[in-house]
Design a protein around this ligand. Structure first.
Ligand SMILES: [Fe+2]
Length: 208
């Protein structure tokens, strides 16, 4: 078949072409099967975002903070090629990472990182009770929420990415000096994506 006729054949009979071709394209079939487990998370994540938003109520500043940290954590996690399970752990931990702040303020009249870590896991566990997460993943998410200011305890790529995303947002929200941002970059930012983002946002000539 000439190239011109081949293109006419595809245009006129697209479905027939796909049916004939897909079984031959084994890498695509393999990828299709690989992507299927991601679907339940895609359906769930918007529900979890709304759960966090309803919990924070009219506290728009904290809702916006959580959404920014989630977006950056998800971006870094995907760029660093985390597994589906690691990605969903990072995403959910990022959405709920500061969820302990309301209880910290209510019980201790403080929003310090220590009290947020203390109160966050129990609140997250209650809010995620019906999310259908397995126990191992739920415990990991709660561990990340309960330690996300304890940088000396970083023990995995999910933890590292959550810390980086939180710093990327806090550098702006806390109006940190360039020297402070540079210190954070040297001490705490380890992933290739995180380094590129913090340099682009705060340390390049254009960011002055
Ligand atoms: Fe935060």
């Amino acid at each position: 078949m000439s190239p011109v006729n081949f293109i006419r054949h595809i245009v006129n009979r697209p479905w027939k072409f796909m049916l004939k071709s897909v079984p031959l394209l084994s890498p695509f079939r393999f990828q299709f099967i690989q992507f299927r487990p991601v679907q339940p998370l895609c359906i769930m994540i918007e529900t979890l975002i709304q759960t966090m938003m309803y919990y924070f109520g009219s506290d728009v500043r904290r809702i916006n903070h959580a959404l920014k940290v989630y977006a950056l954590a998800d971006c870094i996690a995907r760029s660093e090629h985390l597994t589906d399970n690691e990605l969903s752990t990072v995403d959910i931990a990022a959405i709920f990472h500061d969820i302990g702040i309301k209880e910290a303020e209510r019980k201790y009249h403080s929003n310090s990182g220590h009290y947020q870590e203390l109160e966050g896991p129990a609140v997250a566990k209650a809010l995620l009770a019906d999310a259908g997460l397995d126990e191992v993943q739920l415990n990991r998410i709660c561990f990340l929420i309960g330690h996300h200011h304890s940088y000396q305890q970083i023990d995995g790529i999910d933890f590292q990415i959550l810390v980086e995303a939180d710093f990327l947002v806090n550098c702006y929200e806390d109006e940190l000096s360039k020297a402070s941002v540079n210190s954070i970059r040297q001490k705490y930012i380890k992933t290739e994506t995180g380094i590129k983002l913090i340099e682009s946002m705060y340390l390049s000539a254009a960011s002055i």
